[in-house]
Design a protein. Structure first.
Length: 175
């Protein structure tokens, strides 16, 4: 754990490691917040196929970042234009950020978020928005410590027919 965290753009080769991080994070962080059968059925193999497809199709608007330590990928974040329905706005959106569960509390998420915010500010996006599960107190505190605040918007996220409420957070980037 003494090795520094390196945040870099994801490569196609990383698409095999990222799904394991993503799914184990979902299963850990969303336990009790989403239907357990849904979490239990998540497949690393299927997600790896989706990641590769998304990665190849994403284009230049979507930025995938990975965090690595000592050459091992230990986190992933993805951001791009804010999606207001089918409309893309001038704002940025953090689509995802996940950290290997063995690395929680080691600064990996902070490093990924810091780099995503920096890139979005450099690209002159006025704000960065994100959606987080309403009941995910740990994630909400993480974003609040990083300068994000809930703006009052809420949406249900449908998981196997169960409405799981999400709240929107925002952080000003310019000014």
């Amino acid at each position: 754990m003494n090795d520094p965290i390196l945040v870099r753009e994801m490569t196609l080769d990383d698409c095999d490691r990222v799904p394991g991080i993503r799914i184990r994070s979902w299963q850990h962080a969303y336990k009790g917040l989403m239907p357990q059968p849904y979490l239990d059925a998540l497949s690393v193999t299927e997600d790896a196929e989706r990641r590769r497809t998304f990665f190849v199709r994403a284009g230049s608007e979507v930025v995938d970042l990975v965090a690595e330590r000592a050459g091992e990928v230990i986190g992933w974040a993805c951001h791009g234009p804010y999606r207001d329905g089918e409309i893309r706005t001038d704002d940025a959106e953090l689509y995802a950020i996940y950290v290997d569960t063995g690395q929680f509390g080691a600064g990996v998420g902070q490093a990924l978020l810091r780099e995503a915010v920096r890139r979005c500010a450099d690209a002159k996006h006025p704000r960065m928005l994100l959606w987080v599960l309403k009941g995910n107190g740990r994630a909400r505190r993480f974003y609040e410590r990083a300068g994000f605040a809930a703006d009052g918007a809420e949406e249900p996220f449908d998981v196997d027919g169960v409405a799981v409420p999400e709240v929107r957070y925002v952080r000003e980037l310019l000014g």
